[in-house]
Ligand binder design. Structure first.
Ligand code: CMP
Length: 434
């Protein structure tokens, strides 16, 4: 609601910034529509002041709605530019007889521009979460440059007069052209100053142009590099790894496999290691983000369905996403097991140690590796990935804790483990009989 209102005020402030300088230089004050527009803006800005006196603010994450605190905060900051933007200063001078209509009186309309700094804040907030921050900064930079160029063009029209008797549109276009060539330090020299005021103005704009040019180039280079931080970090990481692989003469097929693994990581999760990204968050936030991120796996795995919220939370916080490439041995028969796995994407083959007997193929939503943890015995089978697999790993400590706390889970998983062991036994016996 407040954000919607801020955007209306922002649109009003921007239109004031564009229209007011034009109305001054072309002396459009006599046009009624324009006066009406001006009056409307002032009315809108007055309502904005009232709205601000009634808007809560957040302090250290707490929403402050106490009226005195709100008033004190507003009076200690944005109230003053807001107030100046609404003052009919021109009318005061006109009424007091200090100035007559037209001329310098027009300049006093510029007080509307006091609304601009706050507009910049609204722009940043409006784009805040929706747009990539680097792109937002780039858009804001271009916006401010164009607005500055507009002010300079209007000032140049005011200072240079109209020696060639051009119509207002042509004057504005020529002046804008002069501004851009001067600001970008191109300076064709086809429009030159005459007289001291114009020359001093040009010097000022040239100095501004030199500074602005440096600022723009520096900012744009920086912003472009930051548009996709994840991608540039990923590329840098890949370059480092490839240099290392070449330096240590790692066989080409292994290098290919490593590169494929990284491109899969990039395609599936933009190269982010979710668990390390979440590491800095406090526990309650970690739980909510993890629950959201791992929604898919919770929905896929049948033993999670219908389970209590506490149980899901306990498990989810300790799931580590891992990726395996096609043909990787995830679990080896006879080894000691420290983790179990849930399959999010892809499928795996469950085989005997010599890989001659194929017990099963497990896919998305299935789990494996529970027998070794449950019965403290060596792995009963070898498990290999058939394609790229996204798995979630659960460590033994969490598994044991969850098992002792949630007997229903213990029951289901024990039943599953026994059934699987029986199947292995049968398959082994069958093989011997042959
Ligand atoms: P674990 O013994 O820890 O490691 C190998 C895993 O393969 C085992 O746990 C089970 O999760 C899984 N497994 C064993 N036998 C079967 C089977 N018949 N069907 C599906 N999965 C199995």
């Amino acid at each position: 609601m407040k954000q919607g209102w801020d955007i209306i005020v922002l649109a009003a402030a921007i239109s004031a910034a564009i229209v007011t300088p034009l109305s001054i230089i072309f002396d459009l004050s006599a046009i009624n529509l324009l006066n009406l527009f001006n009056g409307f803006l002032i009315f809108l800005f007055l309502i904005d002041i009232a709205v601000n006196f009634n808007t809560t603010f957040s302090l250290h994450g707490e929403e402050i709605s106490n009226r005195r605190a709100v008033t004190r905060k507003y009076l200690g900051g944005w109230f003053w530019p807001d107030l100046i933007a609404t003052l009919p200063i021109g009318l005061f001078f006109l009424a007091s007889g200090l100035l007559t209509a037209g001329g310098p009186l027009q300049l006093l309309r510029l007080n509307l521009l006091f609304k601009l700094p706050k507009a910049s804040r609204t722009l940043r907030r409006a784009g805040g979460t929706a747009i990539n921050p680097a792109i937002l900064r780039l858009v804001l930079l271009v916006f401010w440059i164009f607005l500055a160029a507009h002010f300079i063009s209007c000032s140049w029209i005011l200072i240079s007069g109209n020696p060639y008797g051009l119509d207002p549109l042509s004057r504005y276009i020529r002046s804008f052209y002069w501004t851009i060539t001067t600001l970008t330090t191109i300076g064709y020299g086809d429009i030159t100053p005459s007289g001291n005021t114009q020359t001093l103005f040009v010097v000022l704009i040239e100095l501004l142009g030199a500074g602005m040019y440096g600022l723009i180039i520096g900012n744009i280079a920086n912003l472009i590099a930051n548009i996709d931080v994840a991608k540039s970090q990923y590329k840098e990481k890949l370059e480092k790894i490839n240099t290392f692989l070449k330096y240590r003469n790692i066989p080409v097929n292994m290098q290919k496999k490593i590169n494929n693994y990284y491109s899969y990581l990039w395609e599936s999760r933009r190269g982010y290691d979710e668990s390390s990204v979440l590491q800095d968050l406090p526990d309650h936030l970690k739980v909510s983000v993890s629950l959201y991120l791992n929604k898919g796996i919770i929905e896929k795995v049948p033993i999670f369905q219908g389970a209590s919220e506490d149980f899901i939370k306990e498990i989810i916080l300790h799931l580590t996403p891992v990726v395996f490439t096609p043909g990787d041995s995830i679990v080896k028969a006879g080894e000691v097991g420290f983790d179990m796995y849930f399959i999010s994407k892809g499928s795996v083959d469950v085989m005997s140690a010599d890989e001659r007997i194929h017990y099963a193929t497990l896919g998305s939503g299935h789990f494996f590796g529970e027998i070794a943890l449950l019965l403290s015995m060596p792995r009963t089978a070898t498990i290999k990935s058939r394609e790229y697999c996204d798995l979630y790993r659960l460590d033994k400590d969490t598994f044991d804790r969850v098992l002792s706390r949630y007997p229903e889970f213990a029951e289901t998983i024990t039943a599953m483990a026994e059934k699987r062991r029986a199947e292995i036994g049968e398959a082994g016996a069958g093989k011997k009989d042959q």
